[in-house]
Design a protein around this ligand. Structure first.
Ligand code: GLU
Length: 483
């Protein structure tokens, strides 16, 4: 068998989207499973939509996820370069010319307006999917001359065969039937000399010796058009697999405008999702193991991956599951990996950022089993240090009661005399104070928590005291005492 070569071929029109990351992941898994190559190349022929920096950020995000291309514009193989379509326009032109010379493609001088009219006219006859009427298929020399004189520049259209079978076996969906007569002659080279997607992708896949293509379902109806081109050139097409759409919790196709779902990998990184959790989540977004196992490292996923188990029904993007997955990974990664990941989020709190690295690590560890995503550690620390939520009447009442019972004074005094601040020493300090004052439970803990953080929720109280330190804790408690 020839070497397995797959590719992820984004248009550089934005950041790496979760749908794109999923396509990249499945191609990558397939390549690595069979010792193949995973190629990253750029489809940048829709020039108006290209965004500066998009290629770089997409590549960086993939690498961050651990989906590392064997070849890319930055890491090209000579025999397959270039990896950006706009750098090979001349090549596409030559291949298009070959098709013209073979008589299976032809110049089309129709203007946008004429095409729009043609569409209108077909619509008025109830034809919804427009087919080019072949007006330019048999132009005379004279007609061509006249068009040229008018200053028209031709596009090139592929002449679809009449009634040819363009069916194929889809790796995900099984046999898919198409006939060439379902499609009109479509443009392969625009009049500005830029190829269309359906043409350029065939040339690229062929010249790069791509063996398998896993891509989104939205490309299903492009495949027969591409197969027609392969057929004319006499090239063997790659094997195609079209993955199902991703839907939201309401069963609607995920749209980039869906505000309930964070859409871009970089946003997840900023929120403090671990790349290994995102990869694991994406794996289950359209693929199931034979034993319903859920947790996979990337290398385990490579071992286990079987394209036959790609799902054929839409995959639901479940936010809660992703959050759960991330907290699972946060709890289970070893401490070194945890520190490497979490310290940037710890440093976003200015009080903690000035502490020693060892102290930062101690504080970070307090949260290892508490948080779901990295950014929560920043907000938890900010809450602890800012301590400025307004208190409700009920909360003020609790504090008043505590003051009447001398709770804050008592705790502050005992803390003052405490040599070592630790979980144990604070716990036993609490016990003794409870005994002395005769209060316990919520009546004891809640006022202290409120006095220290102005919040009824958060991590264990002894951890809050540990983080604030003895002096700050005492100050905060006594500030109420003095009011
Ligand atoms: N640039 C195309 C896309 O982003 C790639 C399609 C393909 O994989 O053939 O959808």
């Amino acid at each position: 068998m020839n070497k397995i070569r797959v590719r992820y071929a984004p248009s550089p029109t934005g950041y790496l989207h979760i749908g794109g990351a999923r396509s990249a992941l499945f191609n990558y898994l397939f390549a690595k499973k069979y010792n193949g190559d995973f190629v990253f190349r750029i489809e940048d022929t829709d020039i108006a939509r290209n965004i500066k920096g998009a290629e770089e950020s997409q590549l960086n995000d993939l690498i961050w996820l651990g989906i590392i291309p064997d070849e890319s514009p930055l890491n090209p193989k000579k025999e397959y370069a270039p990896y950006r379509q706009t750098e090979k326009l001349e090549l596409y032109r030559q291949y298009a010319q070959k098709l013209v010379d073979m008589g299976v493609a032809y110049e089309c001088y129709c203007s946008e307006e004429e095409l729009a009219e043609m569409k209108e006219e077909q619509l008025s006859r109830g034809i919804k999917s427009f087919k080019y009427d072949r007006h330019c298929l048999h132009l005379t020399k004279e007609e061509i001359e006249n068009y040229k004189k008018e200053g028209r520049k031709p596009s090139i259209r592929l002449k679809m065969e009449d009634n040819a079978d363009l069916s194929f076996h889809d790796l995900v969906r099984g046999d898919i039937k198409f006939n060439s007569s379902e499609f009109g002659d479509f443009v392969i080279m625009k009049s500005n000399g830029i190829p269309t997607y359906n043409f350029a992708v065939v040339i690229d896949d062929h010249l790069m010796e791509i063996s398998h293509v896993f891509r989104g379902e939205e490309h299903l109806s492009n495949t027969p058009k591409q197969l027609q081109i392969y057929k004319y050139f006499g090239w063997e097409p790659p094997k195609f697999g079209h993955m199902t759409i991703i839907v939201n919790e309401n069963g609607k196709k995920l749209s980039k405008r869906d505000n309930n779902i964070v859409q871009f990998v970089s946003q997840y990184r900023d929120l403090g999702y671990l790349p290994e959790a995102i990869v694991n989540f994406l794996l289950l977004l359209g693929w199931t193991s034979s034993d319903n196992r859920e947790i996979y490292t990337l290398s385990e996923a490579i071992q286990a991956f079987d394209p036959a188990r790609l799902s054929t029904s839409p995959s639901m993007f479940d936010n809660h599951k992703l959050l759960w997955m991330n907290s699972y990974y946060l709890k289970n990664i070893d401490n070194n990996r945890y520190f490497e990941f979490i310290l940037p989020f710890v440093d976003k709190n200015k009080e903690v950022s000035s502490l020693s690295i060892d102290r930062k690590k101690e504080i970070a560890l307090i949260f290892k089993n508490e948080i779901n995503v990295g950014s929560e550690i920043t907000s938890e620390l900010n809450n602890i240090f800012e301590n400025n939520n307004p208190l409700t009447d009920e909360e003020n009442e609790l504090i008043k009661n505590a003051l009447n019972k001398n709770l804050f004074n008592e705790v502050a005094n005992r803390l003052e005399n405490l040599e070592v601040i630790s979980q144990e020493s604070i716990k036993s300090l609490f016990k003794e104070t409870q005994k002395t004052l005769g209060i316990k439970g919520k009546e004891f803990f809640m006022p202290i928590r409120l006095a220290l953080t102005h919040s009824e929720h958060g991590i264990e109280l002894f951890n809050i005291i540990d983080i604030l330190g003895k002096k700050e804790t005492i100050n905060r408690l006594l500030s109420y005492q003095n009011n």
